[in-house]
Design a protein. Structure first.
Length: 501
């Protein structure tokens, strides 16, 4: 008879405890331990499934494990043959950029995001593009019927037409055993599962979405991918805090974890790699939600505004992997209560915003202790680049003083606690991309002024004509001198040109 072992898994950190406790002793989360029943033995584990208890103890060989057919032997690293596996490009350039060039055969990817953000739409578009290229794809859904998938495919610019009719297969089934068996029968190159939280195994006495079901279902999919070479892409739900639902073990088992970010009320969406065993985690993909699905965002649309100075606004070129995106930062200050002033950030690090406000008070001469400060990255972008400190500081100071940077001005540099402007990483790429997008004045750290001037001269042939001014600043107080008062609005019955005169 199979041995039944009961343990408790923390849904936040994934650590296993022998008994239930109100507080996880490893991560300190309250009421986060879920009951998990592990039935070890050959009778409990069906063929093709990886036995978790045997894998942990090292007694069982496990499906797809090295040396499963015979004795395990350690070999020298130099004797291990390297694999040159070609990737499967999805045809969506922004998605391939985040994946590292395409889907790796035999890999398992998990993509998570808020409800309605576009996870299923993106995977269905990628599956349709792969099917057009002759790749056999199985789209398994545990949330919708086959007819509902067809309705969504018809809306996505005819995703149900063309040569993909025979290469894109749909299976509406929540039973993971049926899905795995169907994959072994038709042998697809890619399995898309939407979603893992609603799948279940019949021999596990737990509800779908529980820790026991998630572990077993994910282990079956990993075993399928490693033994058959079929790539697996599955959708995962997220909690109200934005983290992937279920135990952290789910993220450790897969090869790639993608986060689909953005605001449902904004058109822009960002796909970011949280974990990627086959590529960089610094790349991001930009999409725009339209009536016909997700469309790729061209970098040319992210340009520097050439209008007049606007109070509380600044542009900054931020690094996103191997490319540069021009982002706009806006800030607003309002009178608050001394000792209870609010600091709110959207798309920015709130703790770093509080630090920049303190620097402006200490080294910029601004009194912000009784001011409520609100800062935001426009367009639903999320900025984590330290080189955006100078732009955020100028936006906050401009919102407080009622001033703004001049037309077509960008600012880049990291602000230290002493008020100094420190160097920005890969500043040449930043300024060249900013110039191509219409920047005329560049506010950079004083120590990098010469490097920036040479980079501007090299890239002077690109973009629109006109002179470029490079301004070097050494401190936050010196950078505030470049804030200008916005042009006054014309009075009623008076043209804007006569108001300027």
């Amino acid at each position: 008879m199979a041995k039944v072992r009961t343990s408790y898994v923390c849904r936040d950190c994934g650590n296993v405890q022998p008994k239930w406790m109100g507080k996880c002793p490893d991560c300190g989360a309250w009421d986060a331990l879920d009951r998990f029943v592990d039935r070890s033995g050959a009778e409990a584990a069906p063929p093709g499934a990886l036995d978790l208890g045997a894998a942990a103890s090292g007694d069982g060989a496990g499906v797809g494990a090295p040396g499963a057919a015979g004795a395990r032997r350690a070999v020298a690293l130099a004797e291990v043959k390297s694999l040159d596996v070609p990737r499967l490009p999805t045809g969506i350039a922004e998605f391939d950029r985040v994946l590292g060039g395409g889907v790796v055969p035999g890999s398992v990817a998990l993509i998570g995001g808020d409800p309605g953000i576009g996870k299923s739409t993106l995977l269905l578009q990628a599956a349709a593009a792969l099917a057009d290229a002759g790749t056999r794809v199985l789209y398994a859904t545990s949330e919708e019927s086959a007819a509902q998938v067809r309705m969504r495919a018809d809306r996505l610019e005819g995703a149900a037409d063309g040569a993909r009719a025979s290469n894109l297969l749909v299976l509406a089934e929540p039973n993971i055993a049926v899905i795995v068996e169907e994959c072994r029968r038709i042998r697809p190159d890619l399995l898309v599962l939407d979603s893992i939280q609603l799948c279940y195994r019949g021999d596990v006495d737990a509800a779908p979405g529980s820790v026991a079901q998630l572990r077993r279902c994910c282990l079956d999919l990993v075993s399928l991918a490693k033994t058959s070479g079929c790539a697996v892409a599955m959708v995962g739900h997220v909690t109200k805090d934005g983290d992937l639902a279920g135990p952290k073990l789910l993220e450790h088992l897969v090869d790639v974890v993608l986060a689909f970010e953005g605001d449902r009320h904004h058109a822009y969406r960002v796909v970011r790699a949280v974990k990627n065993r086959f590529g960089s985690t610094q790349e991001v993909g930009l999409f725009e939600m339209t009536g016909a699905g997700l469309s790729e965002v061209e970098e040319a649309t992210l340009s520097v505004d050439g209008g007049a100075a606007r109070a509380g606004s600044a542009f900054v070129p931020v690094l996103a992997g191997s490319r540069v995106l021009v982002a706009e930062v806006q800030a607003l200050t309002a009178t608050g209560f001394l000792g209870n002033a609010k600091r709110r950030a959207s798309g920015l690090d709130a703790s770093r915003l509080a630090m920049l406000i303190a620097v402006l008070e200490k080294h910029g001469g601004l009194r912000l202790a009784d001011q409520d400060v609100y800062a935001s990255a426009i367009g639903g972008m999320r900025i984590v680049d330290p080189a955006a400190d100078l732009a955020v500081a100028l936006a906050v100071a401009g919102g407080f003083l009622g001033r703004g940077l001049g037309a077509s001005t960008v600012a880049v540099g990291e602000v230290s606690l002493s008020g100094d402007i420190r160097v920005a990483r890969q500043v040449e790429l930043r300024v060249q991309a900013a110039v191509r997008r219409g920047a005329r004045r560049l506010i950079v750290p004083e120590s990098q002024r010469g490097v920036v001037e040479r980079a501007v001269r090299v890239g002077s042939g690109e973009g629109a004509g006109g002179p470029r001014e490079v301004v070097g600043v050494a401190s936050a107080g010196q950078a505030l001198e470049w804030l200008q008062a916005p042009a006054p609005a014309p009075r009623r019955g008076e043209s804007r040109q006569s108001a300027k005169m």
